[in-house]
Design a protein around this ligand. Structure first.
Ligand SMILES: [Zn+2]
Ligand SMILES: [Zn+2]
Length: 243
């Protein structure tokens, strides 16, 4: 049936046909990558740690519940973690402009890839929480990139997004710090301001990149202290670590 809405939609599609956010080639759906751009990313598709999703480098046939050395030692930062791709020269081309140069139109394909990254998990989160940004950084950047990713993920899971229960204090950039310095720098950076919203909840944290895992570890600590039942995490990409 032809409705005003469908006519309006067709006009918009005609005036603004969907294009790949990275290369502007025509695609079928707004926000989607073209197949050429999709194919260059190092998506985490092969064997990976059952708990933290870390990709195993070898092609050996591992069972689905194999753990990486970190998780086998009981040191996983969260109850589970998934990431869509590896942080490398390819993902940087999308990540850095998304985070620092206002390329917020990348959020849709990134969020879709993150939902896909959780395909082996029965996600039972009650709430989706973007990793908070300090107020000063939010003022400078104008947006919290984690929130742009969290919104479509919360919509896809059919759960609420919580952006108010935790506040983050301003700390120096962690860009060039090692894992120990990152952990020290982030310690005490998060305050639970609405413990009533945290208590008893299973929380899915969303971030653009997982580096050392220090941010996730510290958030988990404060969320569990506030009574959270479980804390999970999903990121667009993750830095390779030395296991
Ligand atoms: Zn493209
Ligand atoms: Zn692991």
């Amino acid at each position: 049936m032809v409705t005003v809405r469908s006519v309006f939609h067709s006009v918009i599609e005609f005036l603004y046909p969907p294009s790949c956010p990275l290369c502007e080639n025509r695609v079928s759906t707004h926000g989607e990558l073209c197949s050429d751009c999709w194919s260059v990313f190092n998506w985490i598709t092969g064997a990976r740690c059952a708990k933290c999703g870390y990709p195993f480098s070898s092609d050996v046939d591992l069972s689905l519940d194999t753990l990486c050395p970190t998780c086998a030692a009981g040191k996983c930062e969260l109850d589970w973690i998934r990431s869509a791709c590896v942080y490398d020269d390819v993902s940087k081309v999308a990540m850095l402009p998304f985070k620092h140069c206002g390329k917020t139109k990348y959020s849709l394909f990134m969020a879709r890839a993150m939902i896909w990254a959780m395909r082996d998990i029965n996600v039972d989160a009650d709430v989706v929480m973007p990793v908070p940004l300090a107020y000063l950084r939010l003022c400078k950047r104008g947006y919290n990139q984690a929130m742009l990713l969290a919104r479509p993920i919360a919509n896809a899971l059919g759960v609420k997004m919580d952006v108010n229960s935790i506040k983050r204090k301003y700390r120096q950039s962690m860009g060039h710090k090692n894992a120990m310095q990152r952990a020290q720098n982030i310690r005490g950076a998060f305050n639970v301001v609405r413990p009533d919203k945290i208590c008893g909840k299973k929380i899915l944290l969303v971030d653009d990149v997982m580096t050392s895992g220090a941010t996730f570890s510290e958030l988990r600590r404060v969320l569990l202290n506030a009574g959270a039942r479980a804390v999970y995490g999903v990121t667009f990409c993750r830095v390779a670590r030395a296991n």
